[in-house]
Structures are given as structure tokens and as C-alpha cells.
Design a protein around this ligand. Structure first.
Ligand SMILES: O=C(O)CCC(=O)C(=O)O
Length: 281
């Protein structure tokens, strides 16, 4: 049984137009406690995909992990049984919703490491427009360290994905995609959206929306769970490089352009046919 949430009427319009929207109180206190348990479990059982995304001399630590929901029942419960699948269907304007993956992003107190401007989809193995990611903090996040977005940047241009710490082009070849515009230097051309968040709030954003964040204060812990979902038109994009995150072995069983009908990406909502698959939700 999935939870319901009263999505403000303007949220879908804002999401479609800006590629990012704030959702206040999208998780209830029990779900928040469950998510916090899931995050702490994840931090003490990091997967082989985990990485430290801050420099060794950073006074804090930026820890990331990916794709652990199958072994973390608290994550699985949030992904499947919170209101997120239903909210995703509305935001994406989709009849179906699949889990894509989960992503842990923890900045420990004093972390200086900013997250540079980037889009997520160029790092991924998916093509299509109906998608959504949620950035869900379990700690209060002030404006200075929240996730910022460039409104409307999900319109279509794909920008070159680079490694965060040394800006290498490890995915698309150099010159094959546009380079990032000078976002912070030209605020008049790149309208930014940012919201201070309380535990229970989330921001929803499109996988092509440019986003970034700063470091965190000396006494501020910023534990974030990101839940990522796919809608009707999303298809497998087989890449000749290791995507982030990688899905090892997937391209052997799912051809390029195929629907992402695979156990890795369970259907958690279906308003039409596919009853057999949706019964696994
Ligand atoms: O948490 C951050 O600083 C970055 C988040 C991010 O890039 C994402 O969720 O895709």
C-alpha cells in the first residue's frame, strides 16, 4: 500500500517548466525515521560502488554510495511504499513508474567540497524525457548548502559530464557535447532555484536539470538520500564506457533502445496494463 500526498496543483506545471520543484512534507515522521535508519545502515555497510568525493585534506568528508536498495529494507520501503511513486507519475506525466536507483550523498560536518554544476543523465545509461530524481535530506539544510538548480536547463542540451575533482571527460569523448555555460558568472542568463529544506521535505528534479551545491558548516551534517525513477518513454542507452552508476551485465540481456523491463528496475506503479509486472510492487 503506497502513501498518498496532496501534490500542490502548480507543482506539475513548475516541474515541467523549470525541471525542479520543492515538495514540503513529502515524507511523514515515521518514514523519515525509517530513511534515517536506512542511511545509517548504508554508511556502516558501504557497497563496492561507494566513494569519497572530497579531497584528502578536506576538513569534512563527502561520501557517496549507489544502488543498495535491494539489500537495505528501509530504502526499499521508501522507494516502493512512500508517496514517491505516485508523485513521480504526476510529475513525469507517466502511466508507469520504475525504480531506477538510489544514491547516498552525505557531507559530514565541515565538508568544503562543493558539488560542481552538472546534469545527471549524461552519466547514466538511459535515454528519454520522463524521469525524476528526489533529493531528500534527513537533516535541516540551510540555503547556503542546499541543492541549486538552473531553471529550464532540462530543455534538451546535454552538457559534457566530467569527473568532479579533476574535470576529466571519462564518458562522452571530448568535443562531442556542449561545455557548461558560466552559470555563476551570468546570473541574468541562468535563473537559479534553491530552497532551504527541513527533514521531510524534498526537491524533485529532472535528470537533465543542471544542479550544484556548496560545502557544509562546521557543525552541520548533511545526510541526503536520492531516489531516482523512470517513466513511460525511458529506454536503455547502451554505452561503450562504464556509466555512473554502472549496471554490470545489463547490456548483455537488454539491447540498446529497449524498455527497462528488468529485475533491477521494478515497476512500482502502473495505471494501465502490465498487471503481472506491477504485482511485484
Ligand atoms: O548532494 C549533492 O551535493 C549533489 C547531489 C547530486 O548531484 C544529485 O543528487 O544528483
Amino acid at each position: 500500500m503506497q502513501q498518498t500526498y496532496s501534490l500542490p496543483p502548480e507543482a506539475v506545471t513548475n516541474y515541467q517548466r523549470d525541471g525542479a520543484v520543492v515538495l514540503r512534507g513529502v515524507l511523514n515522521p515515521e518514514q523519515l525515521a525509517q530513511l534515517e535508519r536506512g542511511i545509517e545502515h548504508n554508511l556502516s555497510h558501504l557497497s563496492p560502488l561507494a566513494l569519497v568525493a572530497s579531497q584528502p585534506d578536506d576538513p569534512g568528508r563527502f561520501v557517496e554510495d549507489f544502488c543498495t536498495w535491494q539489500t537495505n529494507p528501509d530504502y526499499a520501503a521508501i522507494l516502493r511504499h512512500s508517496c514517491l511513486p505516485a508523485v513521480s507519475a504526476a510529475l513525469m506525466q507517466s502511466q508507469t513508474v520504475r525504480i531506477y536507483h538510489d544514491h547516498l550523498l552525505v557531507k559530514e560536518p565541515g565538508t568544503r567540497q562543493p558539488t560542481p554544476w552538472h546534469q545527471d543523465q549524461p552519466y547514466y545509461n538511459v535515454q528519454g524525457r520522463q524521469n525524476v530524481s528526489y533529493w531528500i535530506p534527513v537533516d535541516p539544510v540551510p540555503l547556503e548548502s542546499t541543492l541549486r538548480f538552473v531553471a529550464g536547463s532540462h530543455a534538451g542540451t546535454w552538457y559534457m559530464p566530467r569527473t568532479f575533482r579533476d574535470h576529466q571527460a571519462k564518458w562522452f569523448p571530448e568535443g562531442s557535447l556542449a561545455e557548461l555555460p558560466p552559470i555563476d558568472q551570468q546570473p541574468e542568463h541562468h535563473r537559479q532555484l534553491a530552497w532551504a529544506l527541513q527533514p521531510g521535505d524534498a526537491v524533485a528534479f529532472h535528470m537533465l536539470t543542471l544542479h550544484a551545491s556548496g560545502g557544509v558548516g562546521a557543525t552541520q551534517r548533511r545526510r541526503v538520500f536520492s531516489a531516482r525513477y523512470l517513466g513511460d518513454d525511458m529506454r536503455h542507452a547502451v554505452r561503450p564506457w562504464r556509466t555512473s552508476p554502472p549496471f554490470n551485465g545489463l547490456s548483455e540481456r537488454l539491447p540498446d533502445g529497449a524498455e527497462l523491463a528488468d529485475d533491477l528496475f521494478p515497476l512500482v506503479l502502473s495505471r494501465g496494463a502490465s498487471a503481472a509486472e506491477s504485482s511485484t510492487a
